[in-house]
Design a protein around this ligand. Structure first.
Ligand SMILES: [Zn+2]
Length: 147
């Protein structure tokens, strides 16, 4: 007894019934492999201003916020920024009064962080009321020496 129901169209195009789920192509998070050079690296790797090459901080100053080093945000003008979080950035000159306006990190006010050498805009310094701070640097504007 063959009582299998063959849906119309099956013979002409059997694959139309076996759709590949779209999730495969979907975003599964934009995680990059992050190597933390914490073991005595002789070479002086540095995060540098892409514009002038000035040393901004070391790779060990990378940190995670809310479980991620990298965050993607839109500003009110619609620009998309990919930023990385850093515990400190001695090569930055910080400008402007702290403001909570449009802040991307709730509870943190921001100030502009510029390259201390060429004054290119590299990102923002974030400050909490309780005195915690970190830098969010625009990944497109910095470069890491890789050795
Ligand atoms: Zn610079």
């Amino acid at each position: 007894m063959y009582d299998t129901i063959v849906p119309p169209g099956f013979r002409s195009n059997p694959f139309c019934f076996f759709r590949v789920p779209d999730e495969k192509k979907g975003k599964t998070g934009r995680e990059k492999k992050e190597e933390h050079a914490e073991s005595g690296d002789k070479n002086e790797n540095a995060i540098r201003c892409k514009n002038c090459g000035f040393r901004i901080c070391g790779p060990e100053q990378r940190m995670d916020r809310d479980g991620h080093h990298m965050h993607v945000f839109n500003n009110p003008a619609g620009y998309v920024f990919e930023i990385g979080c850093f515990s400190s950035a001695p090569g930055c000159a910080v400008r402007g009064e702290p403001t909570m306006e449009f802040t991307w990190f709730p509870g943190f006010a921001w100030r502009f962080a510029l390259c201390a050498n060429c004054f290119a805009h590299l990102g923002w310094l974030y400050l909490s009321g309780s005195g915690r701070s970190f830098y969010g640097l625009i990944l497109a504007n910095i470069a890491e020496d890789i050795r």
